[in-house]
Design a protein around this ligand. Structure first.
Ligand SMILES: Cc1cc2nc3c(=O)[nH]c(=O)nc-3n(C[C@H](O)[C@H](O)[C@H](O)COP(=O)(O)OP(=O)(O)OC[C@H]3O[C@@H](n4cnc5c(N)ncnc54)[C@H](O)[C@@H]3O)c2cc1C
Length: 357
């Protein structure tokens, strides 16, 4: 095997697609039963259509050249984030207040959600090159020509080059890297995984009734479980949906999922009227419960938006044969979709430049 890519998510898939296009022999190993990492969609049980984003939603292609280029390469379209009308501001005074809140300049959604990026990359790579339920527990040197990857099952796989596309803290805590210096492990531990402690809630409705009342679907709140919410409906308003970020801490939301659901519906009704309490479906996704994404370090001190990490995370190791490529290693937009695409692409190009070594 020329290259083993560890982690079948946006950065790993981007690296693999770039390597395969250049003719390299590539295998992806993914710990989860699911492909996409932090990118995941709520899917229609009939037809499997992506209905809503459980992970990221927005990209800024006007300011993110790598996103713009990959959207074009993969033939994906964008749609505006619906923001017409008033937002509801809750918990800043005795009663909810309606007022317009400007959206972010250049911020758009991807038609089909960021999962469309994952699906398009997987189509290029082919399912045969991706192994799910294959957690890697060790990456070591076998000799001057060979690296060894050990899976949790004990199985060993050899490769000439390796791309580690897993969150840096997860790698530092769960994968043995006998060649890694203390300084490298320290830098990995100090790099929080962006949004890994967050949870999202999606309410699906028959129609976007809040729009009829001149509301944008946006909530900014200091009371109730949702700290912010947005219209998340499809391009023509269908499926009609609101998504919100849950502000309750991970231990409390895990302990009382029924109470959380009830509190979310009450909050939506307070903001958008009684119809909002009767969602066709209310789904949550808690990233803080996914050990392939989050670590205790992330949970002990939830992070602000990541800074550009130190150069030690972007260096090549074992004579140029091992590289990290996860969004947080990128110099451009670390922690974001742009960072994941850029990190995957860069790792692949660096490896291709040395593939004959
Ligand atoms: C709720 C939420 C909202 C977000 N909103 C936005 C947004 O609006 N815009 C934006 O740009 N970004 C957003 N982000 C960030 C964005 O999702 C990430 O930057 C991006 O998806 C990271 O991709 P990645 O491939 O670098 O890493 P990840 O998606 O973290 O992938 C790591 C992969 O490694 C796998 N793995 C872990 N351990 C092992 C192991 N031992 N062996 C094999 N595989 C392993 C994991 O299962 C996973 O598939 C959001 C994230 C979340 C969670």
């Amino acid at each position: 095997m020329d290259v083993v890519v560890i982690g079948a998510s946006l950065s790993g898939l981007t690296a693999a697609a770039t390597l395969l296009k250049a003719g390299a022999d590539v295998q992806l190993l993914e710990a989860d039963t699911y492909i996409g990492g932090r990118i995941r969609a709520l899917r229609d049980p009939i037809g499997n259509r992506a209905l809503a984003d459980l992970g990221p939603t927005w990209v800024w292609p006007k300011y993110q050249p790598v996103v713009a280029q990959w959207l074009e390469t993969l033939g994906l379209q964008t749609l505006e984030q619906f923001n017409d009308g008033d937002a509801v501001i809750l918990g800043f005074g005795p009663a909810p207040v309606r007022q317009p809140l400007p959206g972010q300049e250049g911020m758009v959604r991807i038609v089909g959600g960021p999962s469309a990026l994952i699906d398009a990359l997987v189509n290029r790579i082919g399912h045969d090159n991706i192994r799910k339920s294959a957690p890697v527990v060790e990456v070591s040197e076998k000799g001057p020509e060979q690296l060894a990857v050990r899976l949790g099952s004990g199985e060993a796989i050899t490769a000439r080059k390796i791309v580690l596309s897993i969150p840096l803290r997860v790698a530092a805590e769960t994968v043995e890297l006998p060649w890694a210096t203390t300084a490298l492990i320290d830098a990995m531990r100090k790099t929080p995984t962006w949004m890994s402690t967050h949870a999202k809630a999606i309410a699906l409705y028959e129609r976007p009734f809040w729009r009829e009342a001149g509301l944008s679907g946006r909530i900014a709140s200091r009371s109730g479980p949702l700290v912010e919410a947005h219209d998340h409906s499809g391009p023509d308003g269908s499926p009609a949906a609101i998504f919100g970020f849950v502000g309750w801490p991970p231990d409390i939301r895990r302990r009382d999922t029924d109470g959380l659901k009830e509190a979310i519906l009450n909050q939506l009704a307070e903001c958008f009227g009684p119809e909002a309490a009767h969602a066709m479906d209310l789904t949550g996704h808690d990233w803080a419960a996914n050990p392939n994404i989050v670590t205790d370090l992330d949970l002990s001190a939830p992070a602000n938006h990541p800074d550009v990490g130190p150069a030690i995370l972007r260096q090549a190791y074992l004579g140029g044969r091992v590289r990290f490529a996860v969004s947080e290693t990128s110099e451009a937009s670390p922690g974001l979709i742009e960072g994941a695409l850029a990190a995957g692409e860069k790792a692949a190009k660096d490896i291709l430049a040395r593939i004959g070594d």
